[in-house]
Design a protein around this ligand. Sequence first.
Ligand code: UTP
Length: 297
Amino acid sequence: MKNKVTKAIFPVAGMGTRFLPATKAIPKEILTLVDRPLIQYAIDEARAAGIKEFIFVTSRGKSALEDYFDHAPELEHSLRKKGKDELLEVLKTTNMDSGAIAYIRQHKALGLGHAVWCARRLVGNEPFAVILPDDVIAAETPCLAQMTEAFAETGGNIVAAMEVPRDRARAYGILDVKEDMGSVVSVRGMVEKPETGTEPSNLAVIGRYILTPKIMQNLNRMKSGAGGEIQLTDAIEQEVRNGGEVFGYRFRGQRFDCGSKAGFLQATVAFGLSRPDLRDEFGAYLTGLTQQQQAAE
Ligand code: UTP
């Protein structure tokens, strides 16, 4: 296939301050949505898109992530002895083939762009995906698989985009759309957190990207030039200015911002209700709660 993507970067070096005190001792990506940590959703999505190499950009205090993807021989042995085959199957999804997973340290939290740049040698001269695990997306076809399919057709750089209410645009990076072709839009620029009323569209960038090696080159220059936070959106915007192609992709699915408490709670409800083993009991509880609230009003 033309324009194949086999490597994905998972930037997980942020401090997760919005989830303190929990994140004092555990990485945000290990926080659990129903019964799986956020990182498992990200890995499953990457696998479904044909990703073969998983590159984690980590920081101090993230060793629980490395342990999570390791084999657990004692646990497996004990489950096998007790005939708990279903649980063994569940555990298998956390195992990674030797050499398929790599960890790179970002020594200072200098921004998402810097975190991605830290993985440059592992990415080499190939297109690569970036997945932010705190954006969890419920979708029939996983979001990254939708994007890799689009990328096979268009090439260039693709960012996942979703429509947001105009008065919420200031919380996002917003696309300046050159041409709207339906699920794909071509982009002439991006504005990070625009003042309300100045946003160039209602299409917000969220945490899934397919990028060309040129983005790493742009980040290279930003590294040597500027101090402080290095933004990934700046390097993508630079690519537009250099005449490179950047597309927004309107994915089909629902995105939850699990980096925020409200988003995490919403995701917990949505994923809880979508699980056959929980749906009835949890749904009945929520219905009861709503009825109680209505009666009190
Ligand atoms: P966030 O803006 O959500 O920051 O980063 P954070 O530190 O994770 O969380 P808060 O805001 O303090 O609660 C978005 C993504 O970029 C990664 C984060 O790990 C997260 O996946 N990131 C951010 C890095 O890897 N390095 C950085 O220097 C900054």
